[in-house]
Ligand binder design. Structure first.
Ligand code: URA
Length: 436
């Protein structure tokens, strides 16, 4: 077999098989196939696409480039949730303990923030002592004993994805549905799950800006999972403005604690309840989605989800006292209001711009190797459709004297306040549902 022939086949619109994909991916890892050959292949995929069989085969090859965690020792149907990434998306924090408290084990291997999107691991690490780098045997034990464990990708999990993503990142081949779908699914399938709920974001702050592309990504991932015997549900959800009232790591932990205390913003609670309900149905604990909603809402109200979060924090070496004393979480030293320049209605929010504003304050990463400042972020005072007065605060920056002017300018550009009487109808939070 020659890399040249496989590249040529895809370049000319042909269909490649699993052996050929394995030859390329294993060759990349062993050094037998060069980076430039692999990137030529990726570019051919970018233009020619892949059929369902090819995407599933690519996912399988990437999955088996590392180990698949064995969770057979954990009783019950193991269910995870994956979000394709948004701004202010802290849903995993209240969701995972809520679902675990309802009796469904949640193994969750998450990522870090990059660009305008935040990452669950960075949020969790703002809890003093919290460790996301636990070895896999600890992960297996905690899923069994606590019902949930939240860790980062270890080097044993889908190593091919890490190499491939690094190449895609510098060759303009990230935004390609077969490559995104196989990248996400290879990591999720390695967790040892039986079922997966996908939250596919669509809108100004999402990877997928249109419903058509979000639907295609969702269908591709559902087909991959189903092809590997997993129960799959994807929900398309709106990402036209940040989720909740806070963006930034420690700030989002505080907001998640609100949700776990039966409070919190409407959208954040609704996403937790809806995605949680889907997980309970897939996990065989709820008889239908309504029953699932009732169960999740109840465990947010009665303190059992909060208690489970405390157990998870403790098991992962964090300081569980943050549940009762939020002053233990890091806080930024500075505050600055960004105000509306005129009276009018908020008719558009560039969520990606809002996410970048948090990033330039230090709350996110421009490059994978950057460090984040857990203290900083944004407090958002207005939502799409709100009427504001001139001088009214739109957003308060929580800052540490880094990137402030840049963040102010980005927020001013991101919030479009119209004084000509335009109306706006925010998109429904929940869109299509795609199930296996
Ligand atoms: N997230 C991933 O894990 N992989 C991609 O390719 C894109 C987003």
């Amino acid at each position: 077999m020659r890399a040249y022939d496989i590249i040529q086949k895809k370049r000319d619109g042909g269909v490649v098989d699993e052996d050929q994909l394995r030859f390329l991916i294993d060759g990349l890892l062993s050094g037998l196939v060069s980076d430039y050959q692999l990137t030529a292949f990726l570019m051919a995929v970018y233009f020619r696409g892949m059929n369902e069989g090819e995407v599933t085969a690519l996912t399988r090859v990437m999955l088996h480039s590392g180990i698949v965690v064995d969770l057979a020792g954990v009783r019950g149907i193991k269910v995870d949730k994956h979000s394709t990434g948004g701004v202010g998306d802290k849903i995993s924090l209240p969701l995972a303990p809520a679902v675990a408290a309802c009796g469904v084990p949640v193994p969750m291997i998450s990522g870090r923030g990059l660009g305008h999107t935040g990452g669950t691991l960075d949020k969790l690490e703002s809890i003093p002592g919290f460790r996301v780098d636990l070895p896999l045997p600890d992960y297996q034990r905690l899923v069994r004993e606590v019902g949930c464990c939240l860790i980062g990708q270890t080097k044993e999990v889908a190593p091919a994805d890490k190499r491939l993503y690094a190449l895609r990142d510098v060759t303009a081949t990230v935004d390609c549905i077969p490559l995104i779908a196989s990248s996400i699914m290879s990591k999720k399938l390695a967790e040892g799950i039986d079922a997966l709920v996908l939250d596919v974001k669509v809108g100004s702050g999402a990877f997928m800006k249109t419903t058509t592309s979000a639907r295609q990504l969702a269908q591709t991932m559902v087909a991959i999972g189903a092809g590997m015997g997993k129960r799959m549900v994807a929900r398309l959800t709106a990402m036209d403005e940040p989720i909740g009232r806070f963006v930034g790591n420690a700030l989002e932990v505080k907001e998640s604690l609100d949700v776990l205390e039966g409070k919190g913003p409407k959208d954040t609670v609704a996403l937790t309840v809806e995605l949680g309900a889907e997980m309970l149905v897939l996990g065989g604990v709820a008889k239908d989605i309504d029953d699932g909603r009732v169960r999740i809402a109840r465990c947010l109200q009665d303190g059992s989800a909060r208690e489970r979060f405390g157990r998870i924090i403790e098991a992962q070496h964090g300081d569980r006292r943050v549940l009762d004393d939020r002053s233990l979480l890091p806080a930024a030293p500075g505050r600055l209001d960004v105000k509306a320049a005129r009276k009018g209605r908020v008719v558009a929010v560039d969520s990606e711009g809002v996410g970048i504003a948090s990033m330039v304050l230090g709350g996110g990463r421009a490059r994978a190797e950057d460090r984040v400042d857990h203290r900083v972020g944004l407090e958002i005072h207005v939502r799409l459709g709100d009427v504001v007065e001139a001088g009214q605060p739109l957003v308060t920056l929580h800052h540490a004297d880094v990137g402030v002017d840049d963040a102010v300018a980005r927020i001013q550009r991101a919030y479009v306040v119209d004084d000509r009487g335009l109306s706006v109808t925010p998109a429904a939070l929940f869109g299509e549902r795609i199930a296996s």
